[in-house]
Design a protein around this ligand. Structure first.
Ligand code: DSN
Length: 438
């Protein structure tokens, strides 16, 4: 017999107080004391944040605009109609679906729509930049797909097109999807060339060219990276919170797909993988989309300029930065090989002690078994760019990283410099905040 001991109100109160304290300390620390260089994160504007928490967070709206399975959805319909229009305008595409609640779920929706168990897909392996969701241990594997590697040259940081052609010849009979894009994503992928290879080598297979834009969506929106839907990609999956500075969530964009393929992806998402699509994020996504229509180009341009400058400064200070021969990067990311200076885990941990937040990362050519202590460090400058930092500040950031790692300065001393730098840039830029509130 189970004996239940009655809880006292104070037992509950402790958790409440702790929850409030933790959130308050997180906001203070992340908002004022850290340089956030995680490549997959960003911050929403005050305006977007102001429409994020609302009654929508309690509601359901399964179904489509005007055809819901619930009553009381008048205002969701209004938000979604505007979101549909704004996203199509920004990305110049015929179809959008903002119901996936994460980028990985959007990827699973693509695999579910266009391949069945036992079919083949191709993607970059994780060290070459592929996201875990494209691999056999991720969403592709959950769908029962056979995953083949896209050949990648680790020193040139490029897809090897002739090897890819040979691979397509070998697996063409069951090949359904080629997934481009990734998590370590310094340079555009050869979408046009790969689409051509697929047309030439598997003309009868109707292979879907799928591009995961999660990391670079804001750069695509700003017109400073590649434009996958114009280069031969049939469908884009993404998250909405990396270089695209919206609420956390997922997205599908498509252009030129047949009605049958549109219907397949729509059904794959609802009723396939998503029941309710977390409505509270939609007004914030609309708000951010409007900001990207207005300010996306300037923001994206500055982001890439900052990444290039940070990479160059780190290189000059003695870090082994990837991609030097190609200008280091064309995206928001910078990567360096930390193996000569203690390895990825050591460097990331030590930088974190100075409140410089990065992530350790596998590098191209590395054995994926090293994932617990990989060689690399991946950096993203999109968030500090949103706070208004420019090339001059990138030099300062590189200098601080060098002090902590190369000069072995006590991290707590550098943390003081980090806090000072943050204090100079308290406001998020490239937004309507000044206009709407002023
Ligand atoms: N794993 C994340 C990244 O940092 O790239 C994306 O889901």
């Amino acid at each position: 017999m189970v004996c239940l001991v009655p809880m006292m109100p104070n037992d509950g109160l402790r958790y409440v107080e702790e929850a409030r304290r933790i959130v308050s300390e997180q906001n203070e620390w992340r908002g004022k004391k850290t340089l956030n260089l995680i490549a997959s994160e960003n911050v929403m504007s005050q305006g977007a944040a102001s429409v994020y928490n609302s009654d929508f967070e309690h509601r359901y709206a399964e179904g489509e605009i005007g055809e819901r399975y619930y009553e009381g959805t008048r205002y969701v319909d209004q938000v979604e109609a505007l979101l549909d229009e704004a996203l199509k305008k920004l990305f110049k595409c015929a179809y959008v679906n903002y119901k996936p609640i994460s980028g990985a779920q959007a990827n699973l929706a693509v695999f579910y729509a266009y391949a069945k168990p036992g079919d083949s897909v191709m993607s970059l392996d994780v060290p070459s930049g592929g996201h875990i969701s494209y691999r056999e241990f991720g969403a592709a594997g959950c769908r029962g797909l056979n995953v083949h590697d896209i050949p990648f040259n680790p020193s040139k940081l490029e897809v090897v097109l002739e090897e890819l052609r040979n691979k397509v010849r070998q697996v063409r009979d069951k090949l359904r999807i080629v997934t481009l894009g990734g998590s370590l994503f310094l340079f555009p992928h050869p979408v046009r060339e790969i689409a051509t290879i697929l047309r030439e080598e598997a003309p009868d297979q109707d292979v879907v060219v799928h591009y995961d834009a999660a990391h670079v969506l804001g750069l695509i929106a700003g017109g400073v990276f590649q434009d996958p839907l114009r280069e031969g990609a049939n469908i884009i999956s993404s998250s909405t919170h990396k270089t695209f500075p919206g609420p956390q969530g997922g997205l599908i964009l498509a252009e030129g797909l047949t009605d049958k393929k549109i219907s397949a992806i729509r059904k794959s998402i609802f009723p396939g993988l998503v029941s309710n699509h977390h409505l509270h994020r939609l007004p914030a996504l609309l708000y951010t989309t409007a900001e990207m229509i207005a300010f996306g180009h300037q923001y994206a341009l500055q982001t890439v300029r900052n990444a290039k400058r940070l990479a160059k400064a780190l290189d000059e200070l003695g870090f082994k930065v990837l991609g030097k021969e190609k200008g280091y990067t064309e995206s928001h990311q910078v990567a360096f090989d930390a193996s000569p200076i203690g390895g990825g885990t050591y460097v990331a941990t030590r930088l974190a002690e100075a409140n410089i937040i990065v992530n350790k990362n596998l590098l191209p050519g590395e054995n994926s078994k090293n994932s617990k202590n990989p060689s690399g460090i991946r950096i993203g400058v999109q968030e500090i760019t949103r706070y208004g930092m420019k090339e001059e500040e990138m030099e300062r950031v590189a200098q601080m990283m060098s002090e902590v790692i190369l000069s072995k300065t006590e991290p707590s001393r550098v943390a003081i410099e980090v806090e000072k730098l943050r204090a100079e840039f308290p406001h998020i830029g490239y937004t309507f905040d000044a206009i709407v509130q002023g």
